[in-house]
Design a protein around this ligand. Structure first.
Ligand code: 13P
Ligand code: SF4
Length: 321
């Protein structure tokens, strides 16, 4: 269960002009709205900044706002709070968790770490504050290769919690790392077979993928990168059509940036919408408005882990420059 300031649910009539009301609250609270690309289009359109996990952390580290409204998932808002212990950090829906963060329980990870005492711990930012506090260095999908390449060749490394990103980083750096076997339910849902059938129907389409995908998907991709990197790639590529193997929320930005191009979401294995992150999609514009209006739900960090969780994030920000 996530730590939060407990309040009883508040019933509030919603204003007719939700966008206008949110803009007013931003001014009243001196608040900034940071949003991830997997948020619903309305949220993306009213955010002050939209980006990948690294960009969002950098924004959180440098903002002068008094209140950070995080339109993303819990570990992202937690990171913003770790960076800003004295600011109010709001998450529109406190249940917006992450399967990848959940796949690495702190007590099990502590035992894993103990079994590899001479290893440096690099954790993907998609983990809880407790895991961050047990880590030496945090990384994101956009800087993982760069950070691992900066470490001495003889340094033994534990990489947690995403086994798919970990394997990808091993391939790119030629380093051997001990991998925690966690994964994201969204990025493991894509079907290689259906994706290849889709490409037969669209022979000019390029497959692009997020490194949280399994190797069976990544091996067909002509470009692999974080959400921001994928967005950059479709802008500069000469290609006109793309099969996009990540959460389809990013397609909203792709269509805005390059409206003449065609983007096709990579299909999930089952006949479902399980390529949409169920956690990210818990946030809505209405909940965001209510969070700002009532200044809750607030994300908090236990005092005893604040300093230990901050150090590896600061190290990441320094090494990413
Ligand atoms: P990035 O936006 O950093 O690529 O991460 C994707 C993701 O899964 C966030 O949860
Ligand atoms: Fe977590 Fe996957 Fe959702 Fe990203 S897409 S927040 S890794 S469950």
């Amino acid at each position: 269960m996530f730590a939060t300031a407990s309040v009883s649910p508040v019933q509030t009539a919603l204003p007719k002009d939700l966008f206008g009301a949110i803009e007013q609250l931003k001014k009243d609270l001196n608040a900034v709205v940071l949003a991830h690309y997997y948020q619903e289009p309305d949220i993306q359109d009213m955010a002050d900044y939209i980006g990948d996990s690294l960009g969002l952390s950098q924004q959180a580290a440098s903002t002068e706002a008094d209140v950070i409204v995080f339109a993303g998932v819990h570990f992202m808002a937690e990171t913003a709070k770790i960076l800003n212990p004295d600011k109010l950090v709001l998450l529109p829906d406190l249940d917006a968790g992450c399967s990848l963060a959940d796949s690495c329980p702190p007590d099990e990870f502590a035992r894993f770490k103990q079994a590899h005492p001479d290893h440096l711990v690099i954790s993907y930012i998609n983990c809880t504050a407790e895991i961050k506090a047990m880590s030496d260095l945090i990384c994101t999908s956009s800087n993982a290769v760069k950070l691992v390449n900066q470490l001495p060749a003889e340094q033994k490394i534990i990489f947690a919690p995403d086994r798919n990103l970990g394997r990808y980083v091993m391939e790119q750096t030629g380093r051997d790392m001990v991998l925690w076997q966690g994964s994201c339910i969204v990025h493991e849902t894509f079907s290689e077979k259906k994706m290849l059938q889709l490409r037969m129907a669209h022979p000019d389409a390029e497959i692009i993928a997020h490194p949280e995908c399994e190797q069976t998907v990544l091996r067909h991709a002509s470009f692999i990168g974080s959400t921001t990197a994928l967005l950059g790639y479709v802008q500069q590529s000469e290609n006109e059509q793309f099969i996009v193997a990540t959460e389809p929320g990013i397609i909203h930005q792709m269509e805005k940036q390059v409206p003449r191009k065609h983007f096709i979401p990579a299909p999930p294995e089952a006949n479902c919408a399980c390529n949409e992150c169920p956690y990210m999609r818990l946030n809505t514009l209405e909940k965001l408005y209510l969070a700002m209006k009532h200044k809750t739900p607030e994300v908090t960090i236990p005092q005893e882990i604040q300093a230990d969780a901050l150090a590896p994030i600061v190290r990441m920000l320094e090494m990413s420059r």
